[in-house]
Design a protein around this ligand. Structure first.
Ligand SMILES: [Zn+2]
Length: 346
């Protein structure tokens, strides 16, 4: 993925701005007592949680009921280690084929669709395979949860293994599959998508990126599937032990708010949305087609994102707890969406 704010040396820190604002208003209140109204406004801004909530539309959510979702973080972490053990997994490589087979071996018995095609890239033609596992629900409509599983192509001849960028979210989806398997879901159908060829072949651009998911979005538009998709949740770089999921300004505000409320219900809100970002990622082809999307991404991997797209993206930087927090937030988001009478449009 690519972050606009990364290039523009954002993201800005909401907390710092709120603190600055509240300090200014505190100064004013000592000078003049008839500034009460503004002071109250400043107090609201001084609370990051309230500020984050007020940035999104008002939603009426179903009451918090039922047990928190189950998520086996140890097993998810085991999957991360097994995936990175294949080594670099760029498209067209023998290791890429191994991870395709690995994912398929974990989805035996599930309803799996493959979207296979040849991508015409700036580096030539490559085989691409999106893998979709479908878990049927009783409610009309589909919630998609996606992760890319390829690793960075330009780093193909280094020791780069993409533990966080590629493996963490792919493993997360495998563990979500374990939680969904074998029972009739009492909400929307959930389709897990391991999409391919997310990474740029040379330099990130609209044309040189997101090859797999662009193909899938177009295919689902053509065959009518797209109309049934109620929400598209994306996980990317979610294994960082120092977990800070960004509020992505390229995502759908109301769905981001549901994610935030889901995390809050699980007591994990301090890992969400302290920082705004604007991320170009696998959700964009679905956003462009009117599907509500939320990109769950921590695009601050090491100080100043220093481990991103480097051979330092290794398992020792990750934590099972982070996988659990994001896995829980996704499952709780699905549970909230299932109980909402109607979902807002994008
Ligand atoms: Zn990447």
């Amino acid at each position: 993925m690519q972050s606009a704010s990364f290039r523009k040396t954002r993201p800005m820190n909401r907390k710092a701005i709120a603190l600055l604002v509240v300090s200014l208003f505190m100064a004013i209140v000592f000078v003049s007592c008839d500034q009460q109204k503004e002071t109250n406004t400043a107090k609201a801004q001084s609370q990051p949680v309230a500020a984050a909530a007020s940035a999104s539309p008002k939603l009426t959510l179903p009451p918090d009921s039922g047990p928190p979702p189950a998520f086996d973080s140890g097993r998810a972490m085991k999957y991360v280690k097994e995936i990175v053990a294949f080594g670099p997994r760029p498209i067209g490589s023998a290791n890429h084929k191994k991870v395709e087979d690995y994912l398929a071996s974990h989805l035996k018995g599930d309803a799996v669709e493959e979207d296979v095609f040849t991508a015409d890239t700036v580096e030539g033609k490559f085989p691409v395979k999106n893998i979709i596992a479908k878990f049927p629900g009783s409610k009309d409509g589909i919630i998609v949860v996606a992760s890319h599983y390829d690793t960075n192509y330009p780093l193909r001849n280094t020791s780069y293994i993409g533990a966080n960028d590629g493996a963490s979210s792919s493993a997360l989806l495998l563990e979500i599959a374990n939680e969904l398997r074998g029972r009739k879901l009492d909400g929307y159908s959930v389709w897990l998508v391991w999409d391919d060829a997310e990474e740029a072949m040379k330099d990130w651009s609209d044309a040189d990126s997101l090859y797999g998911i662009r193909h899938l979005a177009q295919k689902w538009q053509d065959d009518g599937t797209l109309k049934k998709i109620k929400a598209f949740l994306l996980a990317d770089m979610i294994g960082d032990a120092d977990l800070n999921i960004d509020r992505d300004l390229n995502s759908t505000p109301w769905l981001e708010e549901v994610v935030y409320q889901a995390a809050t219900r699980l007591g994990d809100q301090s890992h969400f949305f302290a920082r705004d970002n604007q991320v170009s990622d696998d959700h964009l082809p679905f956003m462009q087609r009117g599907v509500p999307c939320a990109d769950l991404i921590d695009f601050d991997y090491g100080y100043n994102n220093v481990f991103w797209h480097t051979p330092q993206d290794t398992v020792d930087k990750l934590s099972p707890k982070s996988l659990e927090i994001v896995g829980g937030a996704i499952l709780e988001t699905i549970s909230i969406l299932d109980k909402m009478d109607t979902l807002p449009p994008k």
